[in-house]
Design a protein around this ligand. Structure first.
Ligand code: NAG
Length: 490
């Protein structure tokens, strides 16, 4: 008699207890807010030594958290650097390192992109019960075989929510801002078409006026060649904004071409809403800003306010956006359970000058080189800041070599993901960030341009560290090759 009611009671007690444990475990998992700026140089930021640009909100993250001074991108360009970032492995391993001159996805309609077989930190966190979102730039491909298969789409790579640019922001998106995509080819094709056209018209005139006998065997093929040249030049390049500059929400195209003027506010709003929507369970937000890639935004609130022209105005807008995100996390009471991360995908773009202000694309401080230069520090050394009040000491500075690829294992560790994984190139950063380890586990870091190794950074175990960079023996492959030839002449 007694056991008849005892059993269900015990069972329900057990279930409640079990439920509690599961609930607590879930809430123990921290949230992640990863903020990545496009093409931002390490010298563009106040807390990295810039005294004329105002970046109080980014500086605040650093003073409340940990600042990395030797934070290294795995590649000096968007597509390979971002693939390495979200997979925790060099782009070479996932086939995202290019053998050719073009090392990024250039046409959204192309079939290239992050292979569906790759694993991203978003996918891993999803398996741990996280809600995952990407707001902003993707630039890792969309389709494989046909339009709409979306095999490379963020939704297939572990982000359950996506709002933003499947491609990137670039000059061709805004009329009058110049060209980014194969500018030299565009020009050559345009000029070729023009020459052919002028030639054709002249010959037709000559024939009509009866000056010379011009054979139709010449005119007709020339006419078709003109049409062909125009088509080749016109279709892919003039339609670039329509084909490349689009905004998607999940798998749906919602703007084509996109409205660039209001993009910053919309991306910020989407990021803030994602955080608000998911405040009560573990989430990952990868907020990948469209800034500070050219073309520059002209947001009225920031235009003309900085001391560095349009580029500076855009930098200060970036800082304001970062401040708004931090405010959102703090106002929801999530700060002590949220790891915030701020970085750039690679160094500033030195050659990218703004005609109006003369200001170059970005400033890499004391480091030589910039975007697209994998063998030089300016192309790959980026700002890296972590904030997690209560868990990470405020104002700590880490001078050890760290990589953007370290995020993958760090996130996995914090989400308590112990499942087997592929060979990774990054290391869990928590021991360094928490001050439990003094040395980075990176002994070698490889600096690629495409698939070509340009340089290697060596951080010998047991070596004495001085923060001024003398420890990392940094040599270029060409130098070794030259030395080799010198010792062993052919
Ligand atoms: C600060 O950043 C601006 C914008 O990139 C740059 O022009 C300037 O040289 C930087 N100043 C310092 C001291 O690094």
């Amino acid at each position: 008699m007694r056991s008849a009611w005892l059993a269900p009671l015990l069972l329900s007690l057990l279930l409640t207890a079990g439920g509690c444990v599961a609930g607590e475990e879930a809430s123990n998992k921290p949230n992640f807010v990863l903020m990545m700026v496009d093409d931002l140089g390490i010298g563009d930021v106040g807390c990295y030594g810039n005294d004329t640009i105002r970046t109080p909100n980014i500086d605040r993250l650093a003073s409340e958290g940990v600042k990395l001074t030797q934070h290294i991108a795995a590649a000096p360009l968007c597509t390979p650097s971002r693939s390495a970032f979200i997979t925790g492995r060099y782009a070479l391993r996932s086939g995202m390192g290019s053998t050719g001159r073009v090392q990024v996805v250039l046409f959204l309609a192309g079939s290239g992109g992050l292979p569906p077989s790759e694993t991203t930190f978003a996918k891993r966190l999803q398996q741990q019960g996280y809600t995952t979102g990407l707001v902003g730039k993707w630039h890792l491909g969309v389709n494989c075989e046909y339009r709409g298969d979306h095999c490379h789409h963020p939704n297939q790579h572990g982000f359950s929510y996506f709002y933003g640019l499947p491609f990137t922001l670039f000059n061709d998106c805004v009329p009058g801002e110049g060209r980014d995509v194969l500018a030299d080819l565009q020009e050559t094709l345009e000029q070729l078409t023009m020459v052919l056209g002028v030639g054709l018209v002249t010959l037709v005139c000559v024939r009509l006026c009866g000056l010379f006998e011009v054979s139709l065997w010449l005119l007709v093929p020339l006419f078709f060649l003109c049409i062909l040249a125009t088509a080749v030049w016109y279709v892919p390049f003039i339609l670039l904004p329509t084909w490349n500059c689009i905004i998607m929400r999940n798998q749906e195209v919602i703007e084509q071409p996109m409205t660039v003027e209001t993009l910053p506010q919309r991306l910020l709003g989407e990021a803030q809403n994602f955080i608000k929507r998911n405040a009560d369970h573990p989430f990952l937000l990868f907020f990948s800003l469209a800034h500070i890639h050219t073309p520059m935004f002209k947001t009225p609130a920031f235009a003309g306010k900085s001391r560095h022209g349009r580029y500076g105005d855009n930098l200060e807008e970036v800082d304001w956006i970062i401040g708004k995100i931090t405010e959102t996390v703090d106002s929801l009471g999530l700060a002590s359970n949220t790891l915030m991360y701020f970085a750039s995908d690679h160094g500033g773009h030195l050659e990218d000058s703004d005609l109006q202000t003369g200001q170059k694309g970005g400033w890499n401080g004391i480091y030589k080189g910039g975007k697209a230069m994998g063998g030089w520090e300016g192309g790959i050394r980026v700002p890296g800041i972590f904030r997690w009040p209560g868990r990470l000491a405020a104002g700590k500075v880490v001078d050890e070599p760290t990589s953007l690829m370290d995020l993958y294992p760090t996130l996995k560790y914090l989400a308590k993901d112990t499942q087997p994984d592929r060979q990774l190139d990054g290391y869990n950063l928590m021991p360094l960030l928490e001050g439990k380890a003094a040395r980075s586990e990176h002994e070698f870091m490889f600096h690629y341009c495409g698939i070509y190794l340009n340089a290697v950074r060596w951080h010998p175990p047991g070596s004495k560290f001085t923060p001024v960079d003398t420890e990392c023996i940094y040599f270029s492959i060409r130098q070794i090759y030259v030395t080799f030839l010198w010792y062993f002449p052919a």
